[in-house]
Design a protein around this ligand. Structure first.
Ligand SMILES: CC(C)(COP(=O)(O)OP(=O)(O)OC[C@H]1O[C@@H](n2cnc3c(N)ncnc32)[C@H](O)[C@@H]1OP(=O)(O)O)[C@@H](O)C(=O)NCCC(=O)NCCS
Length: 223
């Protein structure tokens, strides 16, 4: 412990952050539980913890789509899922894992609230295609931070920042210079978190009944 967060408890400087191993079903369930507890918007929470556990297992098995877990004394207190290319990651998930994901969602798939939201889920990566402009070749990558959450008790103690740092090191090692994230415009914590970490707002989009605020961050390679 080497400091005190302005709005939480003491900083946790030595949180153990590691990559989720696709064979580690228990950690997949812990990440799913954390997602259900802390991210209340969008379609995914409606699909339930079994779906989310399968989703994180599928992502961990997808090339260029790592999931990190932050642990304190063995307990998962945070996770981050991201990818070097959202189109490639979606395609891989659909081709390799669609059946097991549907099975894990079970009867939740037939809830009207879910059926209404499914088309937007499939269209989500398309919303992030760079605008075609022949005169100015795009420098945008398809890299995305897909989801991040920290347990309520551990929030404001530097855990989210450490998870983002791991993801950025991974992106830099894969030659990515820029990445994006979308978050509910009405969530004060995430809309304070991203700018504090150097993200710039770069627009907004409608998704389901939500307005998502988009942020991008340029990565410096001289870390
Ligand atoms: C957003 C979230 C992941 C941040 O994680 P965290 O561990 O609490 O964040 P950190 O302690 O690492 O904070 C990093 C920086 O963000 C700032 N920050 C984080 N939460 C903040 C808040 N609620 N208000 C103001 N600033 C905040 C911190 O001040 C810190 O800035 P600094 O580096 O200048 O000190 C966490 O609040 C959370 O899980 N929220 C619920 C889930 C969610 O909204 N996820 C995003 C959707 S994808």
């Amino acid at each position: 412990v080497n400091g005190w967060s302005p709005f939480g408890g003491p900083f946790i400087p030595d949180v153990n952050v590691s990559r989720l191993d696709t064979g580690d079903a228990e950690s997949c369930r812990e990440a799913a539980k954390l997602h259900m507890a802390e991210i209340h918007y969008g379609l995914l929470p409606f699909l339930g913890p079994r779906f989310l556990a399968r989703l994180y297992q599928g992502l961990a098995a997808t090339p260029g789509a790592p999931v990190w877990l932050a642990r304190d004394q063995g307990r998962v207190i945070g996770f981050l899922a991201g990818c070097t290319d959202i189109h490639v990651a979606y395609r891989h998930l659909m081709i390799r894992h669609a059946f097991s994901l549907a099975l894990a969602a079970g009867s939740a798939l037939y809830r009207p609230v879910v059926l209404r939201k499914i088309p937007a889920l499939f269209l989500y990566p398309r919303c992030h295609r760079p605008a075609a402009d022949a005169s100015a070749p795009s420098t945008e990558s398809g890299a995305h931070l897909l989801a991040i959450a920290v347990t309520q008790e551990a929030q404001g103690r530097g855990v989210g920042k450490q998870l983002v740092r791991c993801f950025e090191d991974f992106l830099s090692a894969h030659g990515v210079r820029e990445y994006r994230v979308a978050t509910n415009a009405e969530e004060p914590a995430s809309n304070a978190f991203y700018p504090a970490l150097g993200f710039q707002p770069c627009g907004s989009m409608r998704h389901h009944a939500l307005t998502l605020r988009l942020y991008k961050k340029l990565l410096s390679w001289e870390k």
